[in-house]
Design a protein around this ligand. Structure first.
Ligand code: NAP
Length: 311
């Protein structure tokens, strides 16, 4: 078991982790970045990114993340491929185990940028069309559905927000919900219900996402009351059944909200443990954008730098 020491370890390689690495490396903190199960994060499974400033013609998600990575590398970030499988924030320096003890790193400060994962339906056709008709982000992908028919799955605030946003582009938005009452707040419900482009399919679950080489063509839906099945034609499927922050291994060691998002001191990236910082989607259930994740990644590096300077 290799054992070593670091001033700063960054866990996670999405926009937040890489931005923290760029800043920390430039501050000569010699950060070690542990990439996690999906190097590059959620953007590596998106296609075109059109809302990241600096790329007026858009850029593919994987390409954008490769640029982030190269920039972090240029200033001396060390990359460790692997998964942080356990942490001990109760001792100093902190201890992180990688791949069940394949390697362990003692760190004076840690930045957590492990992100969140969209929850998926787990039905046939979903994986196959992911990023090509199936999305979990209307802000990212809605633009591609101008004058097309789309469906949104879910009955919470996210589903209402996605559906309402999509009416800017799509000709028709069908919300498919498994019950006959929405979980969403009244104000978001009212907004969606009063939008003439939005209709609701109640007590219904998607059993399969249908498609061919051109992309998604529809969804096969089952009505839970009648038991009947029908096909809803659409070219886009937006799954909005919630996100899960990737915080399982930190449970019991850091303050989290009831959904498992890491709590930080407002306006900072400081967690309940001095020396441990959190940035990006793992502490942000609200904005969840690449640019906001990058912004808080920068904050985390600056917060960590100040913490380390104080000794
Ligand atoms: P959520 O409140 O947990 O809602 C998830 C929805 O998806 C529920 O309607 C749920 O159905 C449905 N669902 C869950 N698993 C499903 C499955 N396997 N198949 C079909 N349907 C499934 O998640 P969220 O909407 O992402 O919201 C998360 C939090 O962020 C909430 O606190 C919300 O208020 C907040 N948020 C706020 C805003 C805003 O204020 N602008 C915007 C977005 C999110 P059931 O209802 O039957 O359980």
């Amino acid at each position: 078991m290799a054992d070593r020491d670091a001033k700063l370890v960054i866990v996670g390689s999405g926009p937040a982790g890489y931005t923290a690495a760029i800043y920390a490396a430039r501050a000569d903190l010699k950060p070690i970045l542990v990439s996690g199960p999906q190097p590059g994060g959620q953007l590596t499974i998106t296609s075109e990114v059109e809302n990241f400033p600096g790329f007026p013609d858009g850029i593919l998600g994987p390409e954008l993340m490769e640029l982030f990575r190269r920039q972090a590398e240029r200033f001396g970030t060390e990359f460790v491929e692997g998964l942080v499988t356990s942490v001990d924030f109760g001792r100093r320096p902190f201890l992180l185990q990688i791949d069940e003890g394949r390697e362990s790193i003692r760190a004076e400060a840690v930045i957590l940028a492990t992100g969140a994962s969209a929850k998926w339906l787990g039905v046939p056709g979903e994986k196959e069309h992911w990023g090509k008709g199936v999305s979990a982000c209307a802000t990212c992908d809605g633009f591609f559905y101008r004058d097309q028919e789309v469906v949104v799955i879910g009955g919470g605030d996210s589903a209402m927000e996605e559906a309402t946003f999509l009416t800017k582009f799509a000709s028709r938005v069908t919300v498919i919900h498994r019950r006959d009452t929405l979980r969403a707040s009244k104000i978001m419900q009212d907004k969606a219900r009063s939008n003439p482009k939005i209709s609701f399919l109640w007590n219904s679950v998607v059993k399969e996402i249908l498609g061919d080489e051109t992309g998604v063509t529809g969804v096969r839906v089952k009505n839970l009351v009648s038991g009947g099945e029908a096909v809803v034609k659409c070219t886009g499927v937006f799954v909005a059944i919630g996100h899960e922050p990737n915080t399982k291994i930190f449970r019991g060691q850091l303050d989290m909200d009831e959904s498992g998002y890491i709590r930080v001191v407002p306006g900072t990236t400081r967690t309940s443990v001095p020396g441990v910082f959190a940035c990006g989607d793992v502490m942000d259930p609200v904005y969840r954008q690449a640019i906001t994740a990058a912004g808080t990644g920068c904050m985390a590096a600056l917060d960590a730098e100040r913490y380390l300077e104080r000794g």
